[in-house]
Design a protein around this ligand. Structure first.
Ligand code: SF4
Ligand code: SF4
Length: 654
């Protein structure tokens, strides 16, 4: 006998009618989330409407890849496969259920021919088994959790959900098996056909079938209605969050428009984030979407070296305040703690690891802005560097070098308006530390040998980026504004940078202050010179391990160019954590100027590089060079760290 929908069920249409209130409760739940999230402030403008045509497709791509396909979930293979089996299994089963309803209501012929065999039989059984395997794996892992799931509170709501899904799937198979036991085999329904003989002696098959059918149906409807109030709401919020996430790498903080504050009347808006009410709607969407999976905690250099900061804990704390409606409660920063907020190196590893596209550094840096600009609260050495920035426009407190000492004895052309093509931007990190000065000198010598038209500023300057990372937007705007004026007066159009922080500032923040220039990081410029044959390299085959600076790799997706340079002078060796999964050197976010507690981040990273057995460790950031040089002292006295400009200069054929 062929399959008869609602066989053995009296008043089966009731389940269809019950789906209406279930869907209404589901929709109301989502409406409540929307009402709460829309309380957030507007997101800081990044001037993206100007490039809407270019940016628009990227939003769509982010929605489809990170949101719908969930590409980041699969970075953890076993968990990813389990999630995939569960999610896509449930989607296929959902489609099957809708087809059954369409058959009942409109006679859609889904129970005949090949379609019945392959989809309604075989595919639905396979989807059910896959989903069951997936959810069992997830439940077992939840009962025996890794530390990342339990630290700073586990999301225990998942256990009930997973148990209910297992019950739904198991009762579904039993309903099918009992029906087949009574009516004979279904084409393609391999699981039901296998189960049926085992149930054949289970007593009154039709009563049992009817009972389980109702239990199964009511559990499905209850799950749908409960979904918005459960952690499963991420099924809806995660794709939305991915689709609304800025489709650009890194936290992309934007700039504060201080002029807009002038028209705000008596009520002075707070700078940065001091309470939940200061968060943007995107921050609130992030908080509502967080799964507490702890993937961010696992990759955070601060959390992994014993600091008080964990991006997961930041999300949990903000989530608690939000859930308890403490929107105006200004104890938030005391609860999170100053030291925690300043421990963030802004490395963006948490963003890269997060499966639901959350921008954790954006909230952390917002809190830092409030600490510094409203409370002048900044810890010890970083505070000194900040005061140096204010007084001398560079943060290298205690340096004995002047801005132009790095080029003593070297003939370096000065940028001339209308004559020079490239401005070689030196920046503070190359100028004020002895070890990094040779990066500037190497680059000058390479450019001269290559016959490039370049020049430097007469008086070396800082981009202001350290001020921004420490949270002082006023100071950053002031320094950046002066630089932009100078560039414009000199007719600068194209800038070569030596430091990824300068590159990021020029490309991500300066355009928002009216300074749009073409900017090329030296890793890319060197790669281009080598590729077109302007300079030729001797490859001596030595093993060179490359450390990705966060502001070049994760913040700007520049990964292959420095590797091409390294491969032109030696044999590239990779660390376990490299590329987008690279581990920070510890300097970012102003943490070059800090007294670290716990294990030092630079030692952690230097050891990983040292353990590759490479003879040289290359990087393309002066801060990374300084941090790794210091970190490596614990393991060897050899000077193994080199910037790629130094490598190129030492192995150029002249
Ligand atoms: S922020 Fe993202 S990675 Fe971190 S716990 Fe939440 S969902 Fe997981
Ligand atoms: S940006 Fe880096 S240091 Fe900051 S919370 Fe994220 S992973 Fe941790």
């Amino acid at each position: 006998m062929g399959r008869v929908p609602y066989w053995n069920i009296h008043h089966g249409v009731l389940i269809d009618l019950l789906s209406i209130p279930a869907m209404a409760i589901f929709a109301y739940g989502l409406f409540c989330h929307w009402q709460r999230i829309r309380q957030g402030k507007a997101r800081v403008s990044l001037g993206l409407p100007l490039t809407a045509m270019k940016i628009g497709p990227l939003y769509i791509r982010s929605f489809l890849t990170k949101g719908i396909v969930g590409t980041r979930i699969y970075k953890k293979l076993c968990t990813g496969i389990a999630h995939g089996l569960l999610l896509w299994g449930m989607v296929v089963l959902g489609v099957g259920t809708v087809l059954v309803i369409l058959n009942v209501l409109f006679g859609l012929p889904v129970f005949s021919g090949e379609f019945n065999h392959w989809f309604m039989g075989c595919a639905l059984d396979a989807a059910g088994i896959g989903a069951l395997a997936g959810v069992l794996f997830l439940l077992i892992r939840r009962l025996f959790p890794p530390e990342r799931l339990t630290c700073f509170r586990a999301n225990s709501g998942f256990i009930l959900i997973e148990a209910v899904i297992i019950a739904i799937l198991v009762t579904g198979f039993f309903v099918e098996g009992l029906r087949i036991a009574q009516n004979g085999p279904d084409p393609g329904s391999f699981a039901g056909n296998w189960l049926a003989p085992l149930l054949a002696n289970a007593g009154s098959l039709s009563s049992l079938h009817r009972c389980l059918w109702w239990v199964h149906g009511i559990m499905v409807l209850s799950l749908i209605a409960y979904l918005p109030w459960s952690p499963l709401v991420h099924l809806v919020l995660a794709p939305i969050n991915a689709g609304l996430d800025l489709p650009l790498p890194g936290p992309k903080m934007g700039v504060i428009d201080f002029e807009a504050f002038e028209g705000e009347g008596d009520e002075v808006p707070s700078l940065g984030i001091s309470k939940v009410a200061d968060l943007s709607w995107k921050n609130l969407l992030d908080i509502s979407t967080c799964l507490r999976c702890g993937r961010c905690h696992e990759v955070c250099p601060a959390a992994q070296t014993g600091k008080s900061l964990s991006p997961k804990n930041i999300m949990v704390t903000l989530g608690d305040y939000f859930q308890q409606n403490k929107l105006e409660d200004d104890t938030l920063l005391e609860t999170v703690a100053t030291e925690t907020i300043y421990s963030c190196t802004t490395c963006a590893a948490c963003m890269e690891a997060c499966p639901v596209s959350i921008n954790q550094p954006n909230a952390i840096l917002g809190m830092r802005q409030n600490l510094l600009m409203e409370r002048s609260d900044i810890p010890g050495i970083m505070g000194q560097a900040h005061r140096s920035l204010e007084a001398r426009h560079h943060p290298f407190v205690g340096t004995g070098f002047g801005p132009n000492d790095w080029r003593k004895g070297l003939d370096v052309p000065i940028f001339e308006q209308g004559k020079t093509e490239y401005l070689l931007w030196i920046g503070c990190s190359v100028a004020y530390e002895e070890r990094t000065q040779s990066i500037g000198r190497a680059m000058v010598n390479i450019l001269k040998a290559a016959g490039v038209s370049f020049g430097i500023l007469e008086e070396n300057r800082c981009t202001g980026d350290p001020a921004k990372q420490m949270g002082n937007e006023f100071l950053f705007s002031e320094i950046a504004g002066e630089n932009i004026e100078e560039f414009k007066s000199l007719g600068v159009t194209t800038i070569i940078t030596l430091c990824p922080h300068c590159y990021n500032s020029f490309t991500s923040h300066y355009p928002l202050l009216g300074g749009t220039f073409s900017v090329i990081p030296h890793a890319v410029f060197l790669r281009n010179l080598i590729t077109v044959g302007t300079i030729r390299m001797k490859n001596n085959g030595e093993s060179i391990c490359y450390h990705d600076p966060c502001y070049l790799g994760r913040h700007n997706n520049i990964l292959s160019e420095p590797r091409d340079v390294v491969s032109s002078v030696g044999r590239l060796v990779e660390m376990k954590r490299h590329g987008l999964e690279s581990f920070c050197c510890g300097a970012g976010g102003g943490n070059y100027w800090t007294e670290e507690e716990g294990t030092r981040i630079n030692q952690n990273r230097a050891k990983e590089a040292f353990d590759t057995g490479a003879t040289t460790i290359a990087t393309s950031c002066p801060f990374c060079m300084l941090m790794l040089t210091d970190g490596l002292k614990k393991f060897t006295e050899d000077q193994m760290i080199k910037d790629i400009a130094e490598l190129v200069y030492s192995q150029m054929e002249v």
